[in-house]
Design a protein around this ligand. Structure first.
Ligand SMILES: Cc1ncc(COP(=O)(O)O)c(C=O)c1O
Length: 487
């Protein structure tokens, strides 16, 4: 048997901060030493007296260490000790390294590993250098996780711009019929699906590529066009996958600040250089909901150097009400342009993962080389076809979204809340203590998205839901904003 040490400190005495520190410490410690549950015999967790909001050891249990004996104890109160400190004595079956993190490294500087580096060095083979610049995507918390974590029964999610009305009934019926065929591979050429897209948009079959969500298409576009010395140009506040795709390829990312929450296309032109291969315009932009108009886009495309492909991400296009919204069909034959559409938003199929790229045939055939043959599954292809046919459902979702948006604006005005006018299925609002409010709402069963990860600390992005969901949102939001934040 071996005895190892680990320690960390907590930013403040709250359940969330204790969990955050323990998760980081435990994951780093087990990863650094390649320990599994069977390698750990027991853990004694000793905390300073100022840690009261939760048992730190309970977060090890939550990680699934069912058979490990755990004990929480309070440390002797000695003068000059590091406050908010948690120390672990871990009995193991194998030797390993001790690990002191955060301010606890002061206690044993020789054990203060630069964890990420140590973990990376331990791994073999070494991952590509480009990956070190990739920050992990932090998705909105799933409803079930929030229910579990806060012992809630009724949780609503207004954080990922999903369709609150669900998919088309016709799509559900089609999938039910198709279920028995899932022993077969899907059609790798997506013949029926692409034929439907061609007739739906009035374009040629060869102008479409389909993806496992438009996320996958962004990755395929990056793989098709980007070498390490290349760069992409994007807005500074926009959907994160564009940067991810570029970083994955080791390419550079140039960011252009938004102007009045909208893409600054003149700024894009200034940033584009001879190594720029792609520029992304998210229209409507996530998280602001703003658009560039047809005229602005065309003017931009006219001035664009020929080495650049424009990726126009129209994930929320079907919700746009502004008559000046671009008509991509008038542009794709004349310019280096690929348009992305998704079935995750108005079509309500986010869980199935279906995205579409629309461009000239030469662009499509280049990107096709990077596509896995069976990237869109059999149920997803069938459901997407039926969704396109169900115009009634789509129109209903459009109308409901438009009317919820109007009500949302009215409520914002009544409450004196600044908002950004949106052409999408979400609205960005400006609120003091935005992060705290989001966290507090989460605990009470309403999941919304703090815009801090986009660099907008004082903003919350709220997906528009059903009437009942929006009522629940407003009731809770105003209650918390007006003083209900518990510490
Ligand atoms: C602007 C934008 N593009 C693409 C996507 C991803 O869509 P998909 O589910 O098709 O991968 C999202 C999802 O939130 C988005 O907001």
């Amino acid at each position: 048997m071996y005895a190892l040490r680990a320690a960390t400190t907590v930013e403040e005495n709250t359940k969330e901060k204790i969990k955050e520190a323990m998760d980081e410490l435990w994951l780093s410690f087990t990863e650094l030493n390649s320990f599994r549950e069977r390698d750990i015999i027991s853990v004694i967790v000793s905390s300073t007296e100022d840690i009261k909001a939760a048992y730190p050891a309970s977060f090890i249990r939550l990680k699934g260490y069912e058979n490990v004996a755990l004990l929480d104890v309070t440390q002797l109160n000695i003068a000059n000790q590091i406050p908010l400190c948690i120390r672990l004595l871990i009995y193991t079956t194998k030797p390993g390294r001790n690990l002191y993190l955060r301010k606890a490294t002061k206690l044993r500087p020789e054990w203060g590993w630069p964890v990420e580096k140590a973990i990376e060095e331990k791994r073999s083979p070494k991952p590509r250098g480009a990956l070190s610049k990739i920050k992990p995507y932090v998705p909105g918390k799933p409803i079930d996780e929030v229910k579990r974590e806060y012992s809630l029964e009724d949780v609503i999610k207004l954080a990922s711009n999903e369709n609150p009305f669900g998919p088309s009934k016709k799509a559900l019926e089609t999938m039910a019929k198709k279920l028995q065929s899932v022993s077969l591979y899907p059609d790798g050429a997506n013949y029926d699906f692409k034929s439907k897209l061609a007739s739906f948009y009035g374009l040629d079959f060869s102008q479409f590529i389909v993806g496992n969500g438009s996320d996958e298409l962004i990755k395929l576009i990056s793989e098709t066009y980007l070498d390490e010395e290349d760069n992409i140009v994007i807005a500074d506040i926009t959907f994160s996958e564009y940067e991810f795709g570029a970083r994955l390829m080791g390419a550079g990312v140039k960011k252009v600040p938004l102007k009045s929450f909208t893409h600054d296309l003149d700024g894009f032109l200034r940033e584009i250089d001879e190594r720029t291969k792609l520029c992304y315009i998210c229209n409507p932009n996530n998280p602001t909901g703003t658009i560039v108009t047809h005229q602005e886009l065309e003017g931009f495309l006219d001035r664009l150097p020929t080495n650049v492909l424009v990726v126009l991400d129209e994930a929320y296009a079907e919700y746009a009400e502004n008559p000046k919204y671009p008509d991509f069909k008038k542009l794709i034959d004349s310019y280096p342009l690929i348009v992305l559409r998704t079935f995750s938003k108005i079509y309500g199929l986010a869980g199935l993962r279906v995205g579409v790229g629309i461009a000239g045939e030469n662009i499509i055939s280049s990107i096709e080389k990077t596509r896995e043959p069976f990237n869109v599954n059999l149920l997803a292809q069938a459901a997407a076809i039926s969704s396109l046919e169900d115009i009634g459902h789509r129109d209903f979702c459009f109308r409901e979204n438009a009317s919820m948006k109007r009500e949302f604006y009215n409520k914002c005005k009544a409450e004196g809340i600044e908002y950004v006018e949106s052409e999408a299925s979400f609205v960005l609002i400006r609120v003091e203590r935005a992060k705290d409010i989001v966290q507090e709402m989460l605990k009470k069963g309403v999941i919304v998205r703090s815009a801090a990860s986009f660099g907008l600390d004082d903003y919350i992005r709220v997906s528009l839901g059903t009437k009942q969901q929006m009522e629940k949102f407003w009731n809770l939001f105003t209650e918390i904003r007006d003083g209900g934040i518990s510490k």
